[in-house]
Design a protein around this ligand. Structure first.
Ligand SMILES: *Cc1c(COP(=O)(O)O)cnc(C)c1O
Length: 392
């Protein structure tokens, strides 16, 4: 094969840019060009590129021990689980490697729990239109987006999809086979869609009245992204199961499925597993990331204020540009809905050295690292202002 032919499977439509170095909210390409990263690896590089404490923890751990498998105790995994339990509603934690397989664990746990509690006929999980839960066959079937499902039928059964932010539709769809409800507390891939106040409370109430489990996919919204450690903390609601991934190990692959004791007790030795899940290397990174995020002076404390400031500056853009239809956001998870294809705007932003992406065709999504500064937000607003002026 000639060297110019790229042997990667064509699963991505990639921009012709290659980054070789990163620091904080900045990236550099292989020609030395400097970029402002307001997408942060789709929210995964929450603490910016190469944060020093994470790099130190990783390099130290890499010299000591990287991987052993889950056949043996992993003290760092136990320590990380204790930290996550302390910061959340959960009592028990399972570690995997991605958002998709964290959700797979959640789906399996819901089914197993129903079997174990004498309701073996209940297997169905209700999800929401335009939701995104992953790319494995089950999480694809759970996702409410036809475009990711096309070509893969027959999909696993056991999922039904109802409009998001519609409690009546959810209630109407609950049937004798229903086992759980799974939603994102704010939909990310759907275009940063924030449900009305009371939606999660309503879902909790439905789950309680019908004996269902409530699963919150916080893969994108968790780890401080929306200004609280977990997005559902903006409501008064506690889920039965929560999944995490993107920001959890600061750019390293990790998935997490968390649950209350009552539900988690359905997982017993042999029920589920992962070769790499929660290995010492990723756990060292995640522990360092939690240290940076939580506690007095932690990064989390500033996220709400930064997000409010950024939202206000984007709202001013909306008032100046007819092409901006709406601005939405909570914390540092923001969307700029356009009256035009967002893909074009994202491409021009990239040529002007600002990384954002397009979701649902017309929304520009902004997920800057949580360590973003006011100056960097101003710089991003300036670039967006120029792009909106020149494009439309
Ligand atoms: C990204 C994402 C996933 C899938 O995560 P992967 O690590 O890509 O498998 C699942 N749910 C939500 C809400 C996501 O944003």
């Amino acid at each position: 094969m000639p060297e110019t032919i790229n042997p990667l499977m064509s699963t991505y439509g990639r921009y012709p840019v290659a980054f070789v170095r990163g620091e904080g909210c900045r990236l550099w390409d292989d020609h030395g060009g400097e970029y402002l990263d307001f997408l942060a690896g789709i929210g995964s590089n929450s603490l910016g590129h190469c944060p020093a404490p994470v790099v130190e923890a990783l390099t130290g751990q890499a010299r000591q021990l990287m991987h052993t498998s889950n056949l043996y105790r992993i003290p760092l995994q136990e320590e990380l689980a204790r930290r996550l339990v302390k910061s959340s509603f959960a009592d028990r934690v399972f570690f995997s490697n991605s958002g998709s397989d964290a959700n797979e664990a959640a789906i399996k746990l819901v089914r197993k729990f129903m079997k174990d509690t004498g309701r073996p006929g209940r297997f169905e999980i209700l999800t929401a239109h335009n939701s995104f839960h992953g790319r494995t066959l089950a999480t694809l079937a759970a996702s409410g987006q036809e475009k990711v499902q096309r070509g893969y039928d027959p999909l696993p059964t056991g999922f039904r999809c109802v409009p998001y932010d519609d409690l009546a539709a959810m209630e109407r769809t609950i049937g004798p086979y229903t086992a759980g409800i799974m939603v994102e507390p704010i939909q990310g891939e759907a275009g940063v869609v924030i449900p009305r106040d009371g939606y999660l409370e309503g879902l909790r109430d439905l789950a309680d009245r019908h004996g269902l489990l409530l699963v919150l996919d916080e893969v994108q919204t968790g780890m401080g992204r929306t200004g609280r450690m977990w997005c559902h903390q903006w409501s008064g609601v506690t889920p039965d199961i929560m999944t995490l991934s993107k920001g959890v190990a600061s750019g390293l692959p990790m998935g997490v499925c968390l649950a209350s004791d009552r539900v988690a007790s359905s997982f017993t030795p042999g029920s589920h597993g992962s070769s790499f899940g929660g290995n010492p290397l990723v756990c060292a990174a995640a522990l360092a990331a939690l240290d940076m995020l939580e506690g007095p002076g932690g990064v989390l404390a500033e996220v709400s204020a930064k997000g409010a400031y950024f939202l206000e500056r984007l709202e001013q853009l909306r008032q100046r540009h007819r092409m901006v239809k709406a601005v939405r956001g909570r914390g540092l998870m923001l969307g700029l809905e356009l009256n035009a294809p967002a893909e074009d705007a994202a491409a021009i932003c990239l040529s002007r050295r600002l990384l954002v992406n397009s979701v649902m065709g017309t929304t520009l999504r902004l997920l800057p690292p949580l360590v973003v500064t006011r100056e960097e937000m101003e710089q991003a607003v300036g670039i967006l202002d120029g792009v909106l002026t020149d494009l439309f």
